[in-house]
Design a protein around this ligand. Structure first.
Ligand SMILES: NC(=O)C1=CN([C@@H]2O[C@H](COP(=O)(O)OP(=O)(O)OC[C@H]3O[C@@H](n4cnc5c(N)ncnc54)[C@H](OP(=O)(O)O)[C@@H]3O)[C@@H](O)[C@H]2O)[C@@H](O)CC1
Ligand SMILES: [K+]
Length: 499
């Protein structure tokens, strides 16, 4: 607890310094009855000893006694939250340079209640200057990221020992701001337990991104068959094929109507076109923009061929309705929240209970796991934070992108990047001592890692492309154009820093 509160106080000092508000700063801590409130009060005591004006709002009759004693001994003022004074206290809190939210931590059941809920709802409206959440924003479920409103949106969350699953999963992640991890000595234990939700670091990405050997040729580097687009939605095929080519696959074979093929080949003359059977491929990308009987038939034929030949498949958009009864883990589905709701509704186990887009957005971790478990496929759920679940329950969370990426065609680019990585990675995933095995993943969970790599590369490409425009808006084409630079810099960083 001392390490946690010391780490919290240090981060607050650093943050105030960066904002040039350190001298004589006003600090208010909202303290609940558990150890989270204790951490907040001990941290505020340290800040009081540095000369800051510290105030505690005590949200329970019996807060952590030692922490409260330390706080008052350091000169902190206390106010008790009582029926009827929440609004008045909220106005007072809003004037502070920093508000520390230490109402509820990992021991919470449900969300803020009664007066605490009223205080936080009022304070949220008043938009305090700087909010730092202690361990996690109060009201966010540490294990699932599900949120019991109201929650005070944090600018940053100082979390202890390990990054909780709920801070890597929306909607919780959306309330947490920047995450700062403070080690408290339990990290080895947590590592042994294995993380609930994983996140690929730049080093992880560099270790698994496919790199051609000296004797590589286009066939050895992975041939991707693509059934995408249609006369009506030709753009989806144009984008996914070009993105796949940029993400380093040896060759793309496009299967579709001649009218779409003309458009596809114009920006990507490297691709080959077949109206029907494309010959040998290492993987398939099915679905983006597939529409109309003929193109749906091509996607269905390719899906059946993939199943027979045991080839990996990326199933996007239209192909989500062409799945076999049971998919293998090397089928990677890429729905957004609305498509996942539809998919879940079509499964026998959930068909009785309608799942809506809102349900998926409120409980993405729950539903992505359910979809993977029940389809047998690896499921990548697109969103501000992209979650990837393997059928065994292993989950990756990647959140590198920017909100500007919520633009038409962005998902087609992701599908193309993922298709390219899948076509190139099929051999590496099978190796017992290869890069994926070194991540400590069982073979069936490695496809989720491949999908997480694609999500991360896509997100990083969006950020890089937006930076080219001083952080401005993006098109899908701009995201796509940045993909080779992202792959190049991740590989270079890995070569520079690998163990
Ligand atoms: N674990 C570790 O190794 C370390 C943990 N550390 C810290 O401890 C924190 C966890 O502390 P914690 O277990 O005391 O939980 P926390 O959330 O502060 O309080 C829960 C209490 O509040 C109550 N309560 C429950 N729900 C409620 C609700 N909805 N609304 C109102 N009240 C509610 C409930 O009491 P009850 O209602 O059952 O009487 C319960 O007693 C963790 O986040 C981190 O900050 C660090 O110091 C480093 C090491
Ligand atoms: K908290």
């Amino acid at each position: 607890m001392q390490r946690a509160s010391y780490g919290l106080a240090q981060v607050v000092v650093r943050e105030l310094k960066a904002r040039r508000r350190l001298a004589g700063a006003g600090v208010t801590v909202l303290a609940g009855k558990g150890n989270n409130g204790g951490d907040g009060l001990f941290a505020a005591a340290l800040l009081a000893r540095r000369g800051m004006r510290t105030t505690a709002i005590l949200a329970a009759a019996d807060v952590h006694p030692e922490a409260l004693a330390a706080f008052t001994a350091a000169g902190g003022r206390t106010f008790r939250l009582e029926p009827g004074n929440a609004e008045e206290l909220a106005v007072m809190c809003a004037g502070a340079d920093v508000v520390i939210d230490a109402l509820l931590g990992t021991g919470a059941r449900g969300g803020l209640r009664d007066d605490s809920a009223e205080l936080v709802a009022s304070l949220q409206e008043l938009r305090p200057r700087l909010v730092v959440a202690c361990d996690l924003p109060s009201g966010v479920d540490a294990n699932t990221g599900e949120v019991h409103w109201p929650v005070l949106d944090a600018d940053m969350t100082v979390t202890f020992g390990g990054i909780k699953a709920g801070l890597m999963t929306d909607p919780g992640e959306g309330c947490a701001g920047r995450i700062e991890l403070v080690p408290i000595g339990i990290e080895e234990f947590l590592r042994a337990e294995g993380p609930e939700v994983r996140r690929m670091t730049a080093l992880d990405l560099g270790s698994v991104l496919p790199k051609p050997g000296r004797r590589a040729h286009k066939y050895s580097r992975g041939v991707l068959g693509v059934v995408a687009g249609s006369p009506r939605f030709a753009g989806a095929a144009v984008l996914s094929v070009h993105a796949a080519a940029l993400a380093g696959t040896g060759m793309v074979r496009y299967v579709g109507p001649e009218s779409a093929a003309g458009l596809v080949l114009a920006p990507t003359p490297e691709a080959l076109w077949e109206s029907e059977d494309p010959g040998r491929v290492q993987a398939w990308l099915l679905g983006s923009g597939v529409d109309g009987e003929e193109q749906v038939d091509r996607a269905r034929t390719a899906a059946a061929a993939a199943l027979t030949a045991d080839l990996p498949v990326v199933a996007d958009a239209g192909a989500l309705s062409l799945l076999p009864d049971r998919c293998p883990p090397h089928w990677i589905l890429t729905p957004h929240a609305g498509e996942l709701a539809t998919l879940l509704g079509s499964l026998p186990s959930t068909g009785e209970v309608a799942v809506t887009r809102d349900d998926v957005e409120s409980r993405p971790l729950h539903f992505v796991r359910q979809a993977a478990r029940e389809t047998g496929a690896t499921v990548l759920l697109k969103g501000a934070t992209t979650l990837v679940a393997s059928p065994s329950g292993v989950v990756f969370s990647q959140s590198e992108g920017t909100a500007w990426m919520a633009t038409a065609g962005s998902g087609d680019v992701l599908a193309g990047v993922l298709g390219a990585l899948v076509a190139q990675s099929a051999e590496a995933v099978k190796e017992d001592d290869g890069a994926y095995a070194r991540l400590g993943l069982n073979p069936e969970d490695r496809w989720a890692a491949v999908a997480a790599v694609a999500a991360s590369v896509h997100g990083r490409a969006g950020v890089l492309a937006s930076a080219d425009f001083a952080g401005g808006p993006l098109t899908a084409s701009a995201i796509m154009a940045a993909v080779p630079r992202v792959i190049g810099s991740l590989n270079a960083e890995y070569d520079r820093t690998r163990p």
